[in-house]
Design a protein around this ligand. Structure first.
Ligand code: MF3
Ligand code: CO
Length: 247
């Protein structure tokens, strides 16, 4: 688990604040008729104007600033002019910002116009999964306590947890050890160390847990075609508790 210097933590925190602000700005743009490409262009400009860079763009060949995943898409939807948001959709917007070499990572699932009560409940429970998780994130305890709390809460609500994608450490790199699964035994995972920075990101399916990878090599969709939601924050864990830096 990472253990960054105070000066480095200042930069991670700043990256997280830009990530949060850019997602809040993105939310103001979301309405029926806008393309996911348009969202991507606007948020990219916002980040550059903030003195930061979009970290996903160019990462392992990923072509965009945002991941915009609509309805049954779980993650890594590539923004496109031909994906036009429509009333009743949900869209998960995932963003990683690089500020002076340090990273912040967050995701929100937004409603497009008026959505069904079922989709709203999926969004709400996914967010609650994150908060149930971090109640169980403590220095000196197993990371599995968080993982298990997320899985238990999702399944208690009749939903399923994606297994193929997990949260991660973050700092100088977008992805650092450890993996942060949203499922598992309380006794699993490493012991949480003081001063760790982690991206915690439940991906919760309304139906079954199984997913497919699309032919573009990025997009991940539910096999049963039912909607999926995603909620992610970058957090800093110390003996004094958990601070959420992208809220
Ligand atoms: N926020 C995503 C993550 O947590 C970012 C991956 S998109 C990629 O892993 F294009 F950068 F791979
Ligand atoms: Co992430």
């Amino acid at each position: 688990m990472n253990n960054l210097s105070p000066a480095e933590l200042v930069l991670v925190k700043k990256a997280c604040e830009i990530t949060r602000d850019a997602l809040n700005y993105c939310e103001t743009l979301i309405k029926p008729g806008i393309s996911t490409k348009e969202l991507d262009k606007c948020v990219e400009k916002y980040i550059i104007d903030s003195g930061a860079t979009p970290a996903c763009k160019g990462y392992e060949g990923y072509p965009a600033t945002l991941c915009t995943s609509v309805n049954e898409m779980v993650v890594h939807g590539i923004p496109s002019e031909s994906v036009i948001l429509k009333e009743g959709d949900i869209v998960s917007v995932d963003l990683v910002v690089n500020y002076k070499g340090y990273h912040g990572d967050a995701t929100r699932t937004f409603p497009v116009g008026k959505i069904s009560a079922e989709k709203q409940r999926l969004i709400d429970v996914t967010k609650e999964c994150f908060f149930e998780g971090i109640k169980n994130l403590k220095v000196g305890h197993r990371l599995g306590e968080l993982s298990n709390a997320i899985q238990t809460y999702a399944e208690k609500n009749g939903y399923s947890v994606v297994r193929e994608l997990v949260g991660h450490g973050i700092g100088k790199n977008m992805h650092e050890p450890p993996n942060v699964p949203n499922f598992g035994k309380v006794t699993s995972g490493p012991i949480v160390t003081d001063n760790a920075v982690l991206a915690i990101e439940p991906m919760i399916n309304m139906g079954k847990k199984e997913v497919w990878l699309l032919e573009d090599g990025w997009g991940v969709v539910t096999r049963d075609g039912l909607p999926s939601a995603h909620y992610e924050n970058t957090v800093h864990v110390t003996k004094n508790g958990v601070e959420i830096w992208t809220l």
